[in-house]
Design a binder for this molecule. Structure first.
Ligand code: GDP
Ligand code: IMO
Ligand code: MG
Length: 427
């Protein structure tokens, strides 16, 4: 059986954590394949809410092996804190392992993320300031430190020395900051973090390949989303990794033919945190409704999310480039009170109708959405468990989306809780 990728189809926070958790009940392992603690994946079980940053969403099921794959950038302090917080709440995290090839987020990455954002002024991207971009930049520049380096003091010191030569120059001469003292970094990373993480550091590629050969179900949990992808997103307003399904291979060590399914997760509307184009963005009372009913504040940074209508031009493109097999459409219940629901089916660009995503960013900046308007259902769907009980207008919305993206919607979300998902297939 092939591995299953869970990927965000918009600008993040679609409910990937919830859908991964839903699928994890039958999985042997859940692998995070990119990103870092810029992610915030919320899972609600009964009355308890878990906001995960680095820990894969399968962690709540005993028997699932949570794997932090080679494509992730790991801040060891954040990981240790997250594991202790989960343990304190009674979650057994003992099975979690980390790839020795994953890169480390270092203190200077945090500092440089903050400084570059500040110096960008009006052009700032609105990053999470978690050091993610600088960490991936060092990976590409081949001056990054990896998780396996925590196991060898000589190598760690040598690599840190190389990195700090450049970083301290930039910090001191470029930004007028104090240089970073290597001994403090060594004390924290090797003195404090390494002993705690050492037993979890593994050759994750071997482990994942073994599980795959044994025919076990492997879930690959994306962070961020398609339009935050470094290659396919709204560059430069993107993250520095590849959340799209292709990134699941490079970030885990599975080959393309070992992937069986790609589950695309989309909200029934759209949100975005940080700067960048957003053709269907709303302001006014509908935006207020979406923010308040959908609790659209970052799990991670607390920032209010920008909101807008569902954009099928973008969704269709995302389904294509991720080779999505099925869609999970989340947060439909947020739309409950609306009289009308709008869905963007094309763009108007300088009087011309555009059905496909323009490749040139400046065109997207001035694209005006062309909407189809559907009636709302104006009742609560939160308690619905069977597809047959969904109101007619919900079915119409689902059909419209399916007709445009040309893949089935398999699940719809009717509330944040693990149980609040309605399966459509076979209904
Ligand atoms: P992720 O980053 O893609 O995992 O998504 P987040 O966890 O950052 O944001 C999604 C938020 O919506 C979380 O607070 C979830 O608990 C919540 N959520 C997920 N699915 C649904 C749904 O169907 N309805 C409602 N009301 N909330 C949902
Ligand atoms: P999950 O996994 C939403 C956004 C930031 C910023 C841009 C670059 O919870 O969906 P970065 O810190 O990655 O360099 O910031 O990407 N961003 C997210 N937006 N959800 C996320 O993760 C995000 N991770 C990063 O707001 O616009
Ligand atoms: Mg999130």
């Amino acid at each position: 059986m092939g591995a299953i990728v869970v990927v965000g189809l918009q600008w993040g926070d679609e409910g990937k954590g919830k859908i991964t958790d839903l699928l994890a009940s039958h999985a042997a392992a859940v692998v995070r394949y990119q990103g870092g603690h810029n992610a915030g994946h919320t899972i609600v079980v009964g009355g308890a809410s878990f906001a995960l940053q680095l820990v894969p969403s399968g962690v709540l099921y005993p028997g699932v092996v949570p794997i932090i794959g080679n494509g992730v950038v790991v801040d060891p302090r954040v990981l240790i804190d997250e594991l202790s917080a989960l343990e304190a709440r009674g979650v057994d995290t003992s099975a979690l392992v980390v790839s020795g090839n994953a890169h480390l987020v270092m203190p200077y990455h945090h500092e440089l993320d903050r400084l570059t954002e500040r110096y960008l002024g009006k052009s700032q991207l609105g990053t999470t300031k978690r050091g993610i971009g600088p960490a991936y930049a060092d990976k590409a520049a081949r001056i990054g430190l990896r998780v396996q380096d925590l196991l060898d003091e000589k190598i760690f010191r040598a690599k840190l020395d190389v990195a700090l030569r450049e970083k301290n120059l930039v910090l001191a001469k470029g930004y007028n900051r104090l240089p970073i003292d290597p001994e403090r970094v060594v004390a924290d990373y090797l003195g404090t973090y390494a002993p705690l993480l050492a037993p979890r550091i593994v050759d994750s590629v071997r482990l994942i390949q073994r599980l795959w050969r044994e025919g076990r179900t492997i879930l690959l949990e994306g962070a961020q989303a398609t339009f935050l992808d470094l290659d396919h997103g709204t560059y430069p307003f993107v993250t520095s990794s590849n959340p799209t399904a292709g990134g699941a291979c490079s970030g885990s060590g599975l080959g393309p033919r070992q992937i069986g399914e790609v589950i695309g997760v989309a909200k029934a509307y759209t949100t975005r945190v940080g700067a960048g184009p957003f053709p269907t963005e709303l302001s006014g009372s509908i935006a207020e409704t979406l923010v308040s009913r959908g609790h659209e504040f970052g799990t991670n940074t607390g920032r209010r999310r920008r909101t807008g209508w569902l954009d099928l031009v973008m969704l269709r493109h995302a389904v294509e480039i991720n080779s999505v097999s099925e869609v999970a459409l989340t947060k439909l219940d947020v739309l409950d009170p609306l009289e009308e629901i709008r869905v963007c089916v094309a763009y108007d660009v300088d009087g011309e109708r555009l059905e496909e995503l323009p490749y040139h960013q400046s065109v997207l900046h001035r694209a005006r959405p062309i909407y189809e308007t559907l009636p709302g259902w104006r009742r609560s769907i939160a308690a619905i468990t069977r597809a047959g009980d969904l109101p007619g207008p919900v079915r119409r919305l689902v059909e419209l989306i399916e007709s445009r993206v040309e893949v089935p919607i398999r699940w719809v979300g009717v509330g944040p809780n693990r149980s609040q998902v309605v399966e459509l297939q076979g209904s």
